[in-house]
Ligand binder design. Structure first.
Ligand code: KG4
Ligand code: ZN
Length: 352
């Protein structure tokens, strides 16, 4: 059975990650055609380096990537039982993301590619998130993806490898950023998402009437900064905050987020079904750290059930940043004959 083996490197934010995946050729002639498997997956989170600052500090992130990356790549190769000369290609995130980190990962990939005469695949980080569900769930094209992380909030139509339509994006803060900033103003530690979710469990989601920006509007865009500001105003009115106040604010905030997401996703599903009536069970893939929020998942389940659609959620460790998604996206591109020159640029801004 023919297959390719690809090393993937991810350094665009605060995870230093490398992984090796195998992808079976589409013509391999058995049920494994076009499918893949993870040979190794090594992720080093920098959360502790940044926690004291309440967010990712680009210069600290870049230095930490420099220190860690060679060792992470070495471990990923060793765990996969591979030598560089056994690889078919090297893939690295070349954007979007923090420029220092992206450069470090991309330069390492270029060095490996040059030294071992391997093709280089410069991968868009968002494409990595978008294609992961093809590895984990064989998600067929076309499908929708909701990508909600610390840096991105997007609804994308995934039509094929390299073939995307961005339907919606945030016009201000990313959703994870909104969680983190809200947590910070309530005195909760970084990263704030899981803290807000935990506090919300004991809170009254109806106590505060918070805005649902963009709900009911045309299109699929998001806006979260007004919501965060509304939480700040409510908190200032009742300060000093008791634990119960914080729980109620978190619950009210999370309920507003769920309402907004439900509205946007429902609309996207309707449009999807109009455009692809032959897809009897449309699929919505979720990715990004915020997708691990259980209240959000429950909301999505309800919306999707109503529309006869299916939620596809790759395992959480493949929804947050990792090397597998980059290796896999690289393999999918390489299988279609795509590769990049050794002077491929780092692109801090790079919409899909
Ligand atoms: O995808 P990710 O690990 O890293 C990138 O941003 O690329 O996402 C991290 C973000 C942070 O903003 C974090 O607060 C948020 O995801 N997050 C959550 C939860 N877990 C992580 N937000 C809400 N609820 C959660 N359970
Ligand atoms: Zn990401």
């Amino acid at each position: 059975v023919r297959a390719m083996i690809v090393l993937g490197i991810e350094t665009s934010c605060d995870e230093t990650a490398a992984a090796v995946v195998r992808r079976y050729d589409d013509t391999s002639g058995d049920e494994r055609s076009g499918q893949g498997e993870i040979l190794s997956n090594v992720v080093l989170s920098q959360i502790e380096d940044h926690a004291a600052y309440g967010g990712v500090v680009p210069e600290i992130a870049a230095r930490a990537h420099v220190e860690a990356l060679d060792g992470i790549i070495k471990t990923a190769m060793a765990e996969a039982g591979m030598r560089f000369d056994q690889l078919d290609a090297v893939a690295a995130t070349s954007g979007p993301g923090l420029i220092g980190g992206v450069l470090i990962g991309l330069m390492s990939a270029k060095a490996i590619a040059a030294a071992h005469d391997l093709p280089l695949i410069a991968v868009n980080h968002l494409e990595g998130h978008a294609l992961t569900a093809r590895l984990t769930n064989n998600a067929p094209f076309p499908h929708l993806i909701l990508l909600v992380s610390g840096g991105h909030s997007q609804i994308l139509l995934v039509k094929g490898v390299g073939d995307y339509e961005r339907w919606g994006t945030t016009i201000d803060d990313a959703l994870g950023e909104a969680f983190d900033k809200t947590a910070k103003l309530l005195g909760l530690p970084y990263p704030g998402g899981p803290e807000v979710e935990k506090a919300a469990l004991n809170g009254d989601s109806k106590r505060f009437a918070l805005p649902r920006s963009m709900k009911g509007r045309d299109g699929y865009d998001f806006s979260f900064s007004g919501l965060k500001s509304a939480v700040r105003r409510e908190a200032e009115k009742i300060a000093p905050l008791s634990d119960q106040d914080i729980a109620d604010l978190c619950a009210s905030f999370q309920a507003a987020i769920c309402d907004i997401l439900a509205d946007r996703i429902d609309k996207a599903l309707v449009t999807f079904s109009e455009r692809f009536p032959e897809k009897k069970e449309p699929q919505l893939v979720v990715a990004g750290g915020v997708a691990s929020n259980k209240a959000i998942r429950a909301t999505l389940d309800t919306v999707l059930a109503k529309r006869g659609a299916k939620l596809v959620a790759p395992p959480i460790k493949l929804c947050t940043d990792n090397g597998v998604m980059i290796a896999w996206a690289g393999a999918e591109r390489f299988a279609l004959g795509m590769s990049d020159p050794l002077d491929a640029p780092a692109r801090p801004r790079w919409p899909l």
